[in-house]
Design a protein around this ligand. Sequence first.
Ligand code: ADP
Length: 479
Amino acid sequence: MSFNYAPAPESRGNLSIKPRYGHFIGGKFVAGSKHFPTINPATEEVLSQIALAGKADVDAAVQAARKAYTSTWSKMSGKERGKYLFRIARLLQERSREFAVLETLDNGKPIRESRDVDVPLAAAHFFYHAGWADKLEFAGLGTSTKPYGVAGQIIPWNFPLLMLAWKIAPALAAGNTVVLKPAESTSLTALLFGELCQQAQLPAGVVNIITGDGSTGAHIVNHPGIDKIAFTGSTEVGKIIARAVAPTSKSVTLELGGKAANIIFEDAAIDEAIEGIVNGIFFNQGHVCCAGSRLILQENIADEVLFKLKDRMAKIRVGDPMDKNTDLGAINSKEQLLKIGELTASGDAQGAQRWSAPCELPTKGFWFAPTIFTGVTDSHRIAREEIFGPVLSVLTFRTPQEAIDKANNTPFGLSAGVWSQKGSRILWASQGLRAGVIWANTFNKFDPTSPFGGYKESGWGREGGRHGLSAYLKGIGHG
Ligand code: ADP
């Protein structure tokens, strides 16, 4: 017997999207000069026009941030700063539905995820850092820590509000003011956050949000009035930024790409591991830098795991992100869909075997079915390059050491997963894996208290926990 789910769409009521936005500078929204459209990737509907900040806008934002730093924020006690952070956290909770709906419309991610993951975690980040604001001297980072001043922050499109929280909360807790630029395809929740700062009566200029593309990002990076750069995005742009700040006195943290290994040993609880594999690669359409995009399976359980995995993948509900039953939403942009298409075509050309879950994809918008490639070797592009989509590359191993060697055979080192019922094997594997975050018998677990960041080409520095806080304090963080 089969039954179908009735549609369960989340409502857009209560949400008001303006036809056009400016920048949030010095506590006010100021008009931009040039604009570009932002669309809903699930329908291609134009949601609004976003301002493209040029050099003058970046200048104005940096000046506002500097003024707020010198005249207000640096003079305020940690306790007072903490009150603002608590207020922001509570307002995010109060307005969570509005933020979740807006995030889903602008990004394409399922409402279930924006509602249950992105927004609650963003609020949790502000709560956590609010607690640190008056306790910096007890963080084990020295008793006379100092903020940098003005932080320039550039974030990507995969977790727009959450990445904003990862950037702004520690910066403010440590006593910095910020100029933040969201990614060009997902600016709306950052702009709504600007309104929330007004509602929280945050002193003008402590948070400035400017929108734009890579050229705006480059103006921020190269601006002499900025003391610290924090970037999350591609390794390619991370390298450009590292080169740009190298001859300057700016401090920098970079959170870049990944190609995480999810290793399943023969003694793993298979059914739980299947859920972990699915969560590892299909969460957020695979638009996750720490996604478990390389499944490394012990050879003697490979047939069983792949059989069960395909069965489970066939049950993933792909479609309208606003439907509360949807598991996999839209690919964030046409460019990203083309990139996924190009890399998966290389998988076919290099001899790997493709299997996609049978599902009907909507005719409008950008979609990609949950897909796995078997017969993948270390040298295939789909095993080396970040696909950033719902595509899993499957490799096998015979001995535990071979699993670790394969897992580490990558230019990245952001995260990894280990599935085994044996504690000693988990500890042994974790010691051998060169990755900043290692999950055991779970995957994609995030918590503001836990430092997140990578080895090798996955970046510099950590975000979250005491380590993340140190990145916003002079003389302690990286660079
Ligand atoms: P993705 O591949 O995830 O789109 P990008 O690294 O291209 O990642 O983008 C991440 C963020 O970096 C975005 O906000 C984007 O506008 C910005 N960006 C792109 N190019 C540059 C650059 N040269 N300098 C600074 N920021 C940039």
